[in-house]
Design a protein around this ligand. Sequence first.
Ligand code: NAP
Length: 281
Amino acid sequence: MAMRIDGKRISQQIKDELKEEVAALGEQGVKVCLAVIQVGNDPASTVYVGNKKKACAYVGIESLAYELPEETTEEELLNLVRELNKKDEVNGILVQLPLPDHIDEDKVIRTIAPEKDVDGFHPQSVGALSIGQKGFVSCTPAGIIQLLKRSDIAIDGKECVIVGRSNIVGKPMALLLLRENGTVTVCHSHTPDLKAVTRRADILVVAVGKAKMIDADYVREGAVVIDVGMDRDENGKLCGDVDFASVEPKASAITPVPGGVGPMTIAMLMHNCVESAKQNI
Ligand code: NAP
């Protein structure tokens, strides 16, 4: 039976470490502040934003909430971002995605000052990651690296296979695993024989967005399986991209959904906010 990688426990550990760090920064007169912008009232976004505010409160980070109506124009949103870029007291700016269709997401992301880009989505942050320079890293893949390291799972020299090549998960995941000296393969919807590739993996990261797509057939005996998916099964219950019941007996370690990768994303967002505040010391 596989070891269950407990994202809830590890994310709590990270938040507790950050809480101490924020308190110590406070004693030096350094405050940490995150501005969170939501446009419209998509229910899932409201839940995510609420969770981010809760995590900020726990860690001791001040959060400024900007809840803008659905009909906010692109220019209005860009102006708010520009204004926040200039505010010294704001260390991080997060624009909750997705944005309404009339707003160009890429343009908004490009307008966030890279030194406040705590989501790590700005092209400069992504570029810095790809050439090994300093910059914010997308929170979900950064959280996966923490899950592996804090579970004593070695990456160096391992065969790492990622299923999915999105800008927020698959691609930065590949770069991070490469940085940790993994041998990395990225699969996508045009990969002809997916099983043949995933079966090579010592560490298999799955981010496809398809409920329970990866079953035991895709997994090598003893592999570490990281499930990024947040999907709904046939009964509307939250599940991952990995068929947990089928894969768990074959894997050496596995993340559950919920309670695996999910909680790490917010913990790493908090981490990025604290790092941002430390730039100003
Ligand atoms: P996405 O942008 O939709 O990307 C999905 C990727 O999977 C694409 O690269 C796609 O290939 C690939 N793919 C789709 N079907 C495939 C197939 N049959 N075989 C091989 N590859 C296939 O998704 P995402 O934003 O990366 O998210 C993936 C999942 O992670 C979703 O369930 C999402 O909800 C979840 N997620 C969770 C967190 C968290 O905090 N836990 C954060 C982000 C995302 P192409 O590029 O060829 O189309």
